[in-house]
Design a protein around this ligand. Structure first.
Ligand code: B3K
Ligand code: ZN
Length: 979
């Protein structure tokens, strides 16, 4: 469940969590030791070095960029763009610099107490800071380097004395005091900033007339000069003054200490946060907001005031968010013994936000999409996302805020762990198998491709140019799988012991992934051998397993071999520590009790407590390894990697009939679903080959029967059925091909869907009929399951493009009482071009034009369409009055949605790539973080055929040559080209 939440169903080119990237390939290695990549833009050329910069640019562009970029034309464009640029005297910027984990150094100075004072104005805002600074080693004076970006320095004082120009050095990114006092001193700085002009939505900015902040990862430096790094933890007080009528609500972290009136219609507040925190957790909100108020009494009896702030008209839509918050608070107490630590918890929803939400201490700021919901306007998926993300941000209070990261390379320490916690929370609140299926599908559809592409990086990256590019599916989702493996290996109690020790040792500290590992190991006296490789080796391990049964000896052997593929900068890999949960089924489909296991020359008893054991976790640690089960009297069907116990690609010698057997009988519901998916992937890949050879497409009747029996099995959970009858996504299939062929995969997927729809029409129709309900909307598993199954059946039926089905879908659309069913019916109709589609889209817009979140769904549905030539429609929608390139949600819906269409984004005529290329260049000038997420849709361009490769490469080169390119886009585009 994403904190950076924008998923497009089945999307292949656009990642859910946006950006990723790391390479340490030759060109970028040249940046080690402080030398920087030269950047083809005026913004990165200092005034003093105009002439040398031009020369340097020419030289290092040629030497540092990859062969891909060393294409003559591109280089010519690149040089010209520099040479013809007017050089602004303001533009004293440094070139992009790669930062390495191995270069981490402890800070020379720490900050003890930080008092901030904001005077919010319509033109400009003044920020005054007073910081108590002390050296790491008393008596030793070293330069104090403060980060600062887009700031105007007004005054700077040390111990009350104003500094003269010669006492400090100011460049476009830093303010350096060369010899500050060698003992504790106070530093006072006043800066001037312009939040109204800040379209990057990082630092302090305005959203719909209100002020708000986003500081993670490195946005605080856009507010004031500071050591903007997470290992600087200090106690903050924040005074805010502003016009009272425009900004009646003034919020910051911690407790409200004081408030009052000022002259000239102004007012002020004073907030104090008793907990030390890194500056990325600082937050400020000012505006016209109202709150839904509630309270939570912690298990130790502390009464916590809960407030969710939105513009007045949105307040009715915060009921579910408040329910989610209270559920999360209770769950963290019950499952982890973790209580909230202040008397107030605020959540603010803002419409303009780059990601999903932000866990600022006691003042979480959320993208409105992840707070506002009503049955009429939000789908079941929205409700589930709100539950998960409200939980996620709340859980950060312990895993992230109380114990934070030493440096940004450790991001997964808080994000992987907190994603794991939110996954567990959502599982406990709904259906565990269904949640697991969702999470694994997300991993496969988005993280696997990343791990196999030019942006592959370890869960703990080794380097970055722009940290924001590393809030990735690898750090988040694969990071969560790494945490899950500890739990799989140690069991629930062992894992809890590890968590308790982690907090006991590190509360109030900024730590590394090793510290988490050590807490898990020490609390359990476990031998984790090479487990840490999960943090340092990129790439998805491939595991092959072969089985053999010895009837005489009554033994059953599983032989494993593993391989971690090379990734950029990491050609040779070590074997990983892979927990593989295994069960064995007898011929009736029952689990065989497992008694003993022969491994590494030892016979181990499995059932220690005398209880029968049906699943055992094998610890696969070597390149090749064998495990032999004894006392097995018939050839079993193995259920391997139950619950998806490790983030690997598994290849086994299971036959189709074994898979059908597991699909029918496995007691592990995840593996039951998985068996169907393995079968479907095999069938789809075979049909893709047939399609490419112009052979007729024929679907195996056994597969149709398998789907039919799932659909008609009343004993199964309905949401589980919906998942089990859904085909693997196009991205997943393309990921398994040598050369990805979007047209063939799309054709095959459409063929199978239509074939199933026509063969099982009666069953699908009765599924729709029997899953209607006139009851009011309820967000619970039963109702969501019913709706999920009904909507899946309707979508299958609509693929037939049959007028009778269109009327049925239209009836569902008109009679729907909630967004889940209304939208699904519209999406079903919209599969096929024609009047019915046009009419329903127009009707939907006229119904919802005043609800921007619903309008975004309307944009996404059209953008994502596989109707041929849809790029023209998307271009038109760019000019639609409801579209605004400044709002990230709208960009994610329309542009991101488009990138999710295999046929249109990857259109062979290059029209989709050209469209995205132009947009990225425009968008980068407004919001580099969002532009960077969009450009990553190009990152796997080498997976496609030569024609597509050439078209995508041309766009990447065009982007690289654009004037004023941000570091964010530069990093992704250059690494994509370099690999
Ligand atoms: N920690 C934030 C993400 C910040 C992203 C910075 N570009 C949300 C989360 O994961 O909880
Ligand atoms: Zn998070």
């Amino acid at each position: 469940m994403a904190r950076l939440v924008f998923s497009y169903k089945g999307c292949s080119g656009f990642p859910k969590t946006g950006l990723w990237g790391l390479i340490s390939s030759a060109p970028l290695k040249a940046t080690r030791g402080g030398s920087a990549l030269t950047y083809p833009t005026k913004n990165f050329i200092s005034t003093q070095r105009i002439i040398t910069s031009k020369v340097a640019c020419r030289r290092s562009s040629l030497s540092l960029l990859s062969p891909a970029v060393r294409d003559k034309q591109a280089i010519r464009r690149l040089i010209c763009s520099v040479a013809t640029q007017p050089i602004s005297t303001e533009a004293k910027m440094e070139a992009p610099k790669e930062i390495f984990l191995k270069d981490y150094k402890m800070p020379e100075y720490y900050f003890d107490k930080v008092d901030l004072n904001f005077s919010l104005g319509e033109e400009k805002t003044f920020v005054s800071s007073k910081i108590v600074v002390y050296p790491r080693i008393e008596g030793v004076s070293s330069p104090l380097v403060l980060d600062g970006h887009d700031l105007k320095l007004v005054t700077i004082k040390v111990n009350g004395e104003e500094l003269k120009k010669e006492d400090y050095n100011l460049d476009s990114r830093h303010l350096t005091l060369s010899s500050p006092p060698s003992g504790t001193f106070t530093l006072e700085i006043v800066t001037e900033i312009y939040p109204q002009k800040n379209t990057s939505l990082e630092g302090l900015y305005k959203s719909s007339g209100n002020f708000c902040t986003q500081c993670e990862a490195e946005g605080f430096r856009k507010i004031t000069f500071y050591q903007d790094r997470p290992d600087i933890m200090a106690k903050y007080s924040v005074r805010i003054e502003a016009d009272k009528s425009l900004y009646p609500v003034l919020l910051s972290n911690g407790n409200l200490i004081e408030q009052g009136e000022l002259e000239g219609g102004k007012h002020y507040v004073l907030w104090e946060d008793p907990f030390k925190k890194p500056c990325y957790l600082f937050a400020l909100v000012a505006g016209q907001l109202e709150s839904r108020d509630d309270k939570f009494v912690t298990r130790s009896g502390r009464e916590v005031a809960l407030r969710i702030w939105t513009p007045a008209q949105d307040l009715p839509k915060t009921v579910h968010a408040m329910y989610s918050l209270k559920a999360a608070m209770k769950w963290d107490e019950d499952v982890f013994g973790l209580e909230y630590d202040l008397d107030l918890f605020n959540i603010v929803a803002v419409p303009d936000f780059n990601m999903g939400a932000m866990e600022n201490k006691s003042l979480n700021i959320f993208n409105s999409k992840l707070v506002l919901a009503s049955p009429e306007t939000a789908s079941d998926a929205d409700y589930a996302a709100i539950l998960g993300v409200i939980g996620h941000e709340y859980f950060h209070n312990w895993t992230g805020n109380r114990v934070t990261c030493r440096d940004w390379f450790q991001l997964s320490l808080k994000e992987g762990l907190t994603v794991f916690r939110d996954q567990e929370f959502s599982s406990d609140m709904g259906s565990r198998p269904v949640k697991r299926i969702d999470d694994v599908s997300r991993l496969r559809n988005y993280q696997f491709p990343q791990d196999a592409g030019p942006m592959a990086h370890p869960v703990r990256p080794h380097s970055y140019i722009k940290m924001d590019n590393f809030y990735t599916v690898t750090v988040y989702e694969k990071g969560a799988e790494v945490v899950r493996m500890y739990k799989t290996l140690l069991g629930s109690q062992g894992f809890r012991k590890g968590m308790d020790l982690y907090f006991k040792r590190h509360d109030g500290q900024a730590v590394t992934c090793e510290e988490f590992f050590a807490a898990m190991r020490d609390a359990n006296e476990a031998n984790f051998h090479n487990f840490l490789l999960w943090y340092s080796q990129a790439g998805t391990p491939s595991v092959k397993v072969t089985s053999s049964f010895n009837a005489e000896a009554k033994t059953y052997s599983l032989k494993f071999s593993q391989e971690v593929p090379p990734t950029p900068g990491q050609q040779v890999k070590e074997p990983m520590f892979i927990p593989v949960a295994v069960g064995l089924l007898d011929s009736n489909g029952n689990d065989i009790p497992l008694t003993s296991l022969y491994h590494d020359g030892m016979l181990e008893s499995i059932s220690a407590s005398g209880q029968p054991v049906h699943t055992v976790v094998l610890q696969v640690k070597k390149k090749e390894e064998e495990f032999v089960f004894s006392n097995i009297s018939e050839r079993p069907i193995p259920s391997i990697l139950r619950g998806y116990s490790a983030p690997i690609r598994l290849e086994s010698d299971l036959t189709d009939s074994d898979l059908l057997f597991l699909l029918a009988h496995d007691s592990d519901e995840f593996n039951r679903w998985e068996a169907g998916q393995v079968l479907a992937r095999k069938i789809m890949l075979n049909l893709v080959a047939d399609f490419q050879q112009s052979k007729p497409l024929i679907l195996d009747a056994k597969f149709v029967d398998g789907i039919k029996s799932m659909l008609c099995d009343p004993s199964l959970d309905k949401e589980f059925i919906a998942k089990a009858i859904t085909l693997p996504g196009a991205g997943e299939i393309m990921d398994m091909m040598e050369v990805a062929d979007p047209d063939a995969v799309h054709a095959v997927r459409s063929f199978i869907r239509k074939h199933l729809a026509s063969e099982l029409k009666a069953e699908f129709l009765s599924t729709v009929e029997s899953n209607r309900s006139t009851e009011p909307y309820v967000f619970n598993h039963n109702n969501m399951s019913r709706r999920a199954l009904k909507n899946t059946a309707l979508a299958y039926l609509a693929s037939l493009d049959d007028p009778e089905i269109t009327s049925l879908a239209l009836h569902e659309y008109k009679s729907a009482t909630n967004m889940t069913e209304q939208f699904a019916a519209m999406a079903a109709i919209a599969q096929n071009p024609g009047k019915a589609r046009d009419d329903v889209l127009a009707d939907f817009y006229s119904k919802w034009e005043n609800d921007y979140l619903v309008v975004n769904k309307w944009f996404a549905l059209q953008a994502f369409s596989d109707i041929p030539g849809n790029v023209e429609n998307v271009k038109k929608l760019l000019n639609h009055p409801a579209f605004d390139m400044h709002n990230p949600n709208k960009v994610y819906s329309l542009i991101g949605g488009f990138c999710g269409s295999p046929v249109n984004f990857h259109a062979k005529d290059g029209s989709g790539y050209r469209f995205l290329g132009e947009i990225v260049v425009q968008l980068d000038k407004i919001n580099p973080q969002v532009a960077s997420r969009m450009v990553s849709a190009f990152s796997r361009w080498r997976r496609y055929d030569a024609t597509r490769q050439a078209a995508a490469k041309e766009q990447l080169e065009m982007i690289m040559a654009a004037n004023g390119l941000s570091e964010n886009v530069f990093e992704i585009a250059s690494k994509s080209l370099a690999a």
